[in-house]
Design a protein around this ligand. Structure first.
Ligand code: FAD
Ligand code: MLT
Ligand code: ZN
Length: 470
């Protein structure tokens, strides 16, 4: 049956794009890896408008693809090739609805950019701690739908742990008003937790109530060189013992990462004079002062140097230098995009298993692909690394597309052998949906499918993505 797109114009009051040129930016992911088609792209201004669009989709047998900042890594925000999707971009729903400073909560529209939320919290002398390099463009609805992680998970948890309530438009086009600012609520199944991390396959998040924290007066960081991942873990344990919850980030980068980073961004300065096999970026936050944060960092590094866990270190002495240090870590994603061929993995294992996981997997890949170099970096403190595989400098990497499935298999089999996860923070999207099927038990799949069937019986929500596809 031909779809009468004109009736969509009358179904809701917001912006509607049907011309190819207007739709184009919404039909491709930011890396240009996935493209799709859509009947239309809509930008509603209100929750009622989102509901009206979904009801139109139900009535016209169209599917729905929610989209936030379109910064996702797994192709989950790009419509499929069928051309039957309506992309719902939340970009115009970007109001801060309410800040309750006593309850330490903020309620925001789903299209609020993460950085805007962080800045609003800071204006109220509070911290919203979700932090990732895409924070200038990703939106909170996307962050919650991917259950984003980033660099603050070690101390504050991932997006799920930072959200208390949701407002959702269901797959029937109804509105669930679940914006509760409660830290305790055992009055039934946790619907909020179903929509978080669902990659838009169960409903559309239109607003969220978020947790706020006291704003630390000081955040300081240091880079340190370590010889092994075992040593990095010992430094982590030492830092946790010494400063407890004041340790707010603990990131790891291999020397190959640094080579690649400096190849792509030669203007960046590396802070330590010595080079080593591995580096850690340690961040300390202090509720009172820079002096305290500095003293805490110095004492960790002194002990680590004395016990020969660290061979060289540099402490950022002011905010500008701290930004420079973080830029080294934050530009890793971009450096890989610039470098070209790259097989990405977003894995988690219990941190105690990382040293043997990395050694064994490196050996396995090197034995099969002599041109490969491992670009291993990420959030060591919370057990999530990006174990990426690129061609060595100078190697053309012609076979890289061909070997991707084999490399994925080696890496993910090793992850599962360590009782880990093949998607720690980026979601399954289209990138990992089929592999997930391979690694999940029948019992788990039965429950996953039952949830999808219960909340989206027509299968209209973001078809072909994540758990909704299998
Ligand atoms: P989109 O890409 O637009 O969408 C992602 C998914 O959420 C899709 O399935 C989409 O359908 C769904 N969705 C979007 N909005 C809604 C909504 N309102 N309701 C229902 N479903 C919705 N991720 C991390 O976790 N940690 C990192 O450290 C990190 N670093 C990054 C660094 C860079 C440079 C870049 C480009 C990305 C990074 N990412 C990281 C990935 C990405 O930024 C996150 O996944 C982010 O949470 C996606 O938000 P978004 O608004 O761009 O969502
Ligand atoms: C990161 O931690 O920098 C991101 O998750 C991006 C990436 O994997 O490239
Ligand atoms: Zn990451």
């Amino acid at each position: 049956m031909p779809i009468l797109i004109e009736t969509l114009r009358t179904a809701f009051a917001g912006h509607l794009f049907t011309d190819d040129a207007d739709k184009a930016p919404f039909l491709i992911d930011w890396r240009g890896k996935w493209t799709g088609k859509a009947l239309a792209v809509v930008q509603p201004d209100s929750t009622e408008d989102v509901a009206a669009v979904v009801r139109w989709c139900v009535a016209n047998d169209a599917s729905v693809v929610p989209q936030g900042g379109n910064t996702g890594m797994s192709g989950a925000a790009t419509p499929d090739e069928s051309g039957r999707a309506v992309v719902i971009s939340l970009a115009r729903m970007n109001r801060i609805r309410d800040v309750d400073a006593i309850n330490n909560t903020m309620t925001v529209d789903a299209g609020c950019v993460l950085q805007t939320i962080q800045e609003e919290a800071a204006r109220r002398d509070r911290l919203f701690p979700l932090s990732l390099s895409a924070e200038g463009s990703c939106m909170i609805g996307g962050n919650l739908s991917t259950n984003a992680g980033g660099v603050g998970v070690l101390r504050y948890g991932n997006a799920r742990e930072l959200c208390l309530g949701l407002e959702v438009v269901t797959a029937d086009g109804e509105i669930w008003h679940g914006l509760r600012g409660l830290r305790k609520d055992n009055s039934g199944y946790d619907l909020r937790d179903l929509f978080i991390g669902a990659e838009g396959t169960l409903g559309i998040i239109t607003a969220a109530t978020l947790k706020l924290f006291p704003l630390p007066r000081a955040r300081l960081c240091a880079w340190a060189t370590v010889a092994t991942v075992d040593d990095a873990l010992s430094v982590l344990a030492l830092a946790q013992k010494k400063v407890g919850a004041r340790l707010t980030a603990f990131e790891l980068m291999s020397n190959d990462c640094v080579d690649l980073l400096l190849e792509q961004f030669p203007q960046l300065r590396w802070p330590t004079s010595e080079r080593s096999a591995w580096y850690v970026l340690i961040e300390i936050s202090d509720p009172d002062s820079d002096v305290n944060a500095n003293a805490a960092l110095e004492s960790i590094l002194e002990m680590a140097l004395e016990s020969e866990l660290v061979s060289d270190a540099a402490v950022a002495t002011n905010l500008a230098q701290a930004r420079e240090f973080w830029a080294l870590r934050e530009n890793m994603g971009e450096a890989q995009v610039k470098a070209g061929k790259n097989i990405k993995h977003d894995i988690s294992v219990p941190i105690s298993k990382f040293p043997s996981f990395i050694k064994t997997t490196n050996r396995h890949i090197e034995s099969q692909f002599s041109d490969a170099r491992m670009i291993v970096f990420g959030h060591l403190g919370d057990g999530n690394l990006h174990y990426n595989v690129s061609p060595k400098t100078g190697a053309k990497g012609e076979r890289f597309t061909e070997i991707e499935p084999l490399v994925n298999r080696i890496v993910h089999d090793a992850v599962i052998a360590c009782e880990g996860s093949i998607s720690a923070e980026h979601g399954l999207g289209v990138l990992r949906r089929n592999e997930a099927l391979r690694y999940k038990s029948d019992v788990e799949m039965k429950m996953q499918r039952a949830i999808k069937q219960a909340l989206d019986p027509r299968g209209i929500m973001n078809p072909g993505k994540g758990m909704g596809a299998v």
